[in-house]
Ligand binder design. Structure first.
Ligand SMILES: NC(=O)c1ccc[n+]([C@@H]2O[C@H](COP(=O)([O-])OP(=O)(O)OC[C@H]3O[C@@H](n4cnc5c(N)ncnc54)[C@H](OP(=O)(O)O)[C@@H]3O)[C@@H](O)[C@H]2O)c1
Length: 297
């Protein structure tokens, strides 16, 4: 029986972690970076994959620069909508399972409380709209059998993110600040690898699935916790407190960001019995693992 897994976007923050963690768990995983599979080359995607034998394809490749998507709209839809749809179509033809990674930015962020998979996706940015179009394309092309996995605020050892940046800033500067009027849930890539693993072969659920750590926080709370963990680990921080900013103050933002995109993982728990651990525990473990906290990232 075929058991090979292909992960696209394999040099990215999430893709690299999935490849490493699943290999470590004994699975047969091939990572495709941009050099092995350029998803902007629409016509060539099918031909490239038709030559491969695989049972599952996990698509982590995407245009993830939210502001760039506003100015490069065609590229955003090509990478985030057209390409995943082609990938799902190839998988469908080959009888392979398609797992596509999407985002909390498909929501407008106006809800109070956590979003479920049943809530309406009403994106307020080109990034969100292109990712939403990718979700629909994948679900249609896979005839409902594909799985669209929405993650949020991804962090982990393979590519720096907010948590690394805030610690780095606090090591270098007397004052640091982060947005206090935007709420979401961090997703630790190592936890994502564990939580997603049952969906490769054992659980054939299709549709949309929310996958992130437990709880929720503002960017300011996320940053404060990171600094508290770094300080506890002995990092010589110049700043110990994260001051609040408002989204409206950040003039560098081009795209609109949804104010609240906390997601409920109740479906994940009901399908697998797994309950993601709280985001604080995951951040604390991550910063502990990094040893030299905030090292150059
Ligand atoms: N980061 C977050 O906080 C976040 C939040 C919600 C959802 N997500 C979703 O999670 C998924 C993984 O994102 P990530 O955090 O791992 O971001 P990432 O580090 O930016 O990874 C995206 C990967 O896509 C690759 N890529 C871009 N254009 C490509 C192309 N034309 N052909 C092939 N590969 C291409 C990039 O390649 P290079 O390495 O060559 O640049 C990169 O490795 C994405 O679907 C994203 O929308 C992320």
């Amino acid at each position: 029986m075929k058991s090979r897994i292909i992960v696209t976007g394999a040099n990215g923050r999430l893709g690299a972690a999935l490849v490493r963690e699943w290999r470590a768990a004994g699975l047969e995983v091939t990572g495709f970076g941009r050099n092995e599979l350029d998803i902007s080359k629409g016509d060539a995607i099918a031909a490239r994959l038709d030559a491969e034998d695989f049972a599952v394809l996990v698509n982590c490749a995407a245009q993830t620069n939210v502001d760039r998507c506003e100015t490069e709209q065609e590229e955003a839809f090509e990478l985030n909508a057209a390409a995943p749809t082609i990938l799902a179509d190839v998988c469908n033809r080959k009888g392979a399972r398609m797992i596509h990674i999407s985002t909390d930015y498909v929501f407008d962020g106006a809800k109070e409380g956590a979003y479920t998979e049943e809530d309406a996706a009403l994106p307020i940015s080109i990034y969100g709209a292109s990712k939403r179009a990718g979700e629909s394309g994948v679900l249609t092309a896979s005839e409902g059998r594909g799985l669209v996995v929405r993650v949020s605020w991804v962090f982990g050892p393979d590519r720096p993110s907010f948590v690394d940046q805030i610690v780095k800033n606090a090591l270098e500067k007397e004052e640091v600040a982060a947005i206090a009027d935007k709420i979401a849930v961090p997703t630790y890539t190592l936890d994502a690898a564990r939580l997603l693993k049952p969906f490769l072969f054992e659980n054939e659920a299709g549709g949309i699935l929310h996958l992130c750590n437990g709880g929720s926080c503002t960017w300011q709370e996320y940053g404060q916790w990171a600094l508290d963990c770094a300080a506890a680990a002995g990092a010589p921080l110049k700043a110990r407190t994260v001051a609040p900013l408002r989204m409206a103050d950040l003039k560098a933002f081009i795209a609109k960001r949804p104010p609240n995109t906390a997601m409920s993982t109740a479906r994940l728990t009901s399908l697998t019995g797994q309950t993601p651990r709280d985001w604080r525990e995951a951040v604390s473990e991550y910063l502990g693992r990094q040893c030299v906290v905030g090292s150059g990232q």
